[in-house]
Design a protein around this ligand. Structure first.
Ligand SMILES: *[C@@H]1O[C@H](CO)[C@@H](O)[C@H](O)[C@H]1NC(C)=O
Ligand SMILES: *[C@@H]1O[C@H](CO)[C@@H](O)[C@H](O)[C@H]1NC(C)=O
Length: 393
């Protein structure tokens, strides 16, 4: 019978390794539970100036871009049903009920909004309604530096045949935009959001390697670094700009920095452009209590606004059953990231928390400034309305 020899170095080394293993595991498990919000409840804080607008019309506004020149907000919205096609690709998808195409709206500082029609040029040169399918996710706008009224909208478009990016030209003030091109690539297999670099060039995040089946679940739950950022250059060629990212989601730019939100390694990666469409990693901002979605850069200050899912399992349930209108317990947090004066790192400030009643999840928080009014617009991929907060810190 073997007796433990407590003087044996092997025993002590094994015990030490075991203890380190347990503490690493404990920290990881503790961090994971915190990030998923398991066992936590949240009540709303700082939401008294917030209210819903455009109920039933401004629904499913997954992403918002504010024109830095005019303060007008552009919203990419859509009915909730068709989103199941790209949010839950393994579920049976009922094409017959796809009654309404997605919409783009422009909104002023008083909450007055209008639809911008999507048109294409027919072979005889006339303008007709867009004939391709259009299912928006993230989007971005490029302003011509010589003529800021000349705008190019670049949308992630989850078409039924393949995921694509659709580019439209738009003149400030017009009631329609005109289709320029829709592009796709093997490197664009699971696009989520896009950063417009010119009228043709863009970066796009690909959140997953496997868009369906068990590998999709495994790569999300095992937090596999399977996502990447792709670059499409002026010549229309695609290449990988940054690889090995855990579920990259929102992407935004300030000066020479490019920020990419990572969902399953929650936080924000910071990159710089390296030329040739390559991004070089500079560091990351780590979140301790939530999963980020889209990012908004305030062009004046360079501050980043980031929406967080505080209870991502509840968010997942809500995304499957949005007719519940509320998760009651999902909880959303909006944070603001400010680069420290020293250039070393970021301060993370909490701005508000919502328990899930007013905003049953949020995917974008954007600051709108126009005619002395400053407010925050909060959109969400699967909500029935937009939320506006008139008093933001
Ligand atoms: C959700 O909101 C819609 C539209 O306002 C309404 O028709 C529906 O009954 C609501 N669902 C629930 C579960 O309250
Ligand atoms: C509420 O706002 C104050 C400042 O206006 C801020 O310090 C605090 O963190 C906010 N609370 C939450 C939970 O976001």
């Amino acid at each position: 019978m073997a007796v433990l020899d407590l003087h044996s170095p092997v025993i002590w080394i094994s015990a030490a390794v075991f203890a380190i293993g347990i503490s690493v595991l404990y920290q990881n498990v503790g961090h994971a539970l915190n990030v998923l919000g398991i066992g936590k409840t949240y009540t709303s804080v700082n939401t008294t100036s917030c209210h819903q607008i455009g109920i039933g019309v401004l629904h499913g506004c997954e992403d918002i871009v504010v024109d830095p020149n005019t303060g007008l907000a552009y919203l990419a919205c859509g009915s909730l049903k068709p989103r199941q096609h790209w949010l839950h690709p393994d579920d049976e998808y009922d094409l017959a009920h796809e009654s309404e195409a997605d919409h783009v709206y422009v909104m002023d500082e008083n909450g007055k909004y209008s639809d911008i029609k999507l048109l294409e040029t027919a072979s005889d040169g006339s303008l007709q309604p867009l004939s391709q399918d259009f299912r928006v996710h993230g989007f971005d706008i490029y302003w011509d530096p010589h003529d800021p009224q000349d705008m190019t909208f670049i949308f992630i478009n989850h078409q039924l045949v393949h995921n694509a990016v659709s580019i439209f030209s738009y003149r400030h003030g017009s009631h329609h935009m005109v289709h320029v091109e829709t592009v796709h690539s093997d490197l664009l297999h699971s696009p989520n959001n896009v950063l417009a670099m010119s009228k043709r060039a863009f970066y796009a995040t690909n959140d997953m390697k496997y868009t369906r089946g068990i590998m999709r679940e495994i790569s999300i739950y095992a937090q596999l670094p399977h996502g990447h950022v792709v670059y499409r250059n002026e010549d229309g060629l695609f290449s990988v700009a940054a690889a090995n990212i855990r579920y990259p989601n929102g992407i935004a730019k300030y000066k020479t920095w490019i920020y990419v939100a990572s969902c399953t390694d929650p936080g924000v990666h910071i990159y710089k452009e390296d030329g040739d469409g390559k991004l070089s990693f500079q560091g990351r901002i780590v979140y301790s209590d939530g999963v980020p979605d889209n990012l908004f850069v305030d062009p004046g200050s360079g501050q980043l606004y980031s929406t967080l899912f505080l209870k991502s399992r509840e968010v997942h349930k809500y995304f499957k059953h949005p007719s519940l209108n509320t998760t009651r317990v999902a909880a959303t947090k909006i944070v603001r990231l400010t680069q420290r004066n020293t250039g070393e790192g970021f301060d993370i400030e909490s701005l508000l928390i919502d328990s899930g009643d007013l905003m049953p999840t949020a995917t974008i928080a954007a600051i709108q400034r126009r005619n002395q009014i400053r407010r925050m617009l909060i959109g969400c991929a699967m909500c029935n309305a937009l939320v506006v907060c008139s008093d933001v810190a």
